[in-house]
Design a protein around this ligand. Structure first.
Ligand SMILES: *[C@@H]1O[C@H](CO)[C@@H](O)[C@H](O)[C@H]1NC(C)=O
Ligand SMILES: *[C@@H]1O[C@H](CO)[C@@H](O)[C@H](O)[C@H]1NC(C)=O
Ligand SMILES: *[C@@H]1O[C@H](CO)[C@@H](O)[C@H](O)[C@H]1NC(C)=O
Ligand SMILES: *[C@@H]1O[C@H](CO)[C@@H](O)[C@H](O)[C@H]1NC(C)=O
Ligand SMILES: *[C@@H]1O[C@H](CO)[C@@H](O)[C@H](O)[C@H]1NC(C)=O
Ligand SMILES: [Cu+2]
Length: 205
């Protein structure tokens, strides 16, 4: 009975689900976001899946790479907090952090761990077409000369943390519908995440 309710709830949320883009973080232990350039429309979601190590996804400005956006503008920006993968991996889960795209403004992102940003662990969502200097390549080059700062604010701010089941195949970067809501720091119950992910994969077929 309870299970049926859960399935219905999952299917209902699917019907209205916006597209979710998946970005893998540190896949194969690499210091990368993959893909590192993404175009996403307002209303869509981007889910970061933390495969290895202990990384973050944190927003900066273009001009001050490796530093929280809140230091250089009135925007709060978002910061996943440090999401170590090992503890979840032992349960067959991957920690996730999901943001919703509100507009087409560029989002310049970096990892706030150690010198990962200086070493090129950066990406952009909606790279601007209007300014030929504001490219991922130039952001990365500036990051190489920057010093990484960790935001002081709450971890998980601006998005939703959770977990998803480990994809069965190495190509399993399917799109996972994300529940709406802004509860930072929510760890989705493994059963729920598996159910939602399974339904999401089915939808892709
Ligand atoms: C991880 O390794 C797999 C298999 O070699 C490869 O297909 C994939 O592109 C790699 N991912 C990254 C982010 O390097
Ligand atoms: C992850 O990195 C942060 C920042 O360096 C550190 O405080 C935290 O203890 C690390 N967590 C694990 C499980 O290694
Ligand atoms: C932040 O907002 C204040 C008041 O609206 C403004 O004076 C200031 O220039 C803004 N700072 C930045 C960095 O945008
Ligand atoms: C791009 O950078 C070059 C060299 O710094 C500068 O001369 C030019 O004005 C910049 N263009 C734009 C559109 O900002
Ligand atoms: C989009 O707006 C919501 C609600 O104001 C906010 O919590 C979220 O951080 C915003 N997303 C981005 C990518 O800034
Ligand atoms: Cu990192």
């Amino acid at each position: 009975m309870q299970f049926t309710t859960l399935v219905l709830a999952a299917l209902t949320s699917l019907a209205s689900a916006q597209r979710t883009w998946v970005v893998t973080v540190a896949q194969n232990g690499s210091l990368t976001y993959s893909p590192n350039k993404l175009v996403a429309q307002p209303g869509e979601f981007v889910q970061f899946q933390f495969h290895a190590g202990n990384h973050t996804v944190t927003q900066s400005t273009f001009d001050q790479p490796c530093q929280p956006v809140s230091m250089h503008s009135n925007a709060t920006g978002f910061h996943s907090g440090f999401l170590p993968a090992a503890a979840s991996a032992s349960m067959g889960m991957i920690p996730t952090y999901t943001i919703q795209i509100n507009n087409t403004n560029p989002l310049w992102l970096y990892c706030a761990q150690g010198k990962h940003c200086e070493n090129g662990m950066v990406m952009v969502i909606n790279e601007p077409a209007t300014n030929p200097n504001r490219t991922l390549e130039n952001y990365k080059a500036a990051a190489a000369k920057a010093s990484t700062l960790v935001p002081g604010g709450a971890a998980g701010a601006g998005g939703q943390t959770g977990s998803t089941n480990t994809p069965a195949s190495s190509s399993g970067t399917g799109s996972t519908p994300t529940p709406s809501g802004s509860g930072a720091g929510v760890l989705t119950a493994p059963g729920t995440a598996a159910l939602v992910a399974a339904a999401g994969f089915a939808l892709l077929l």
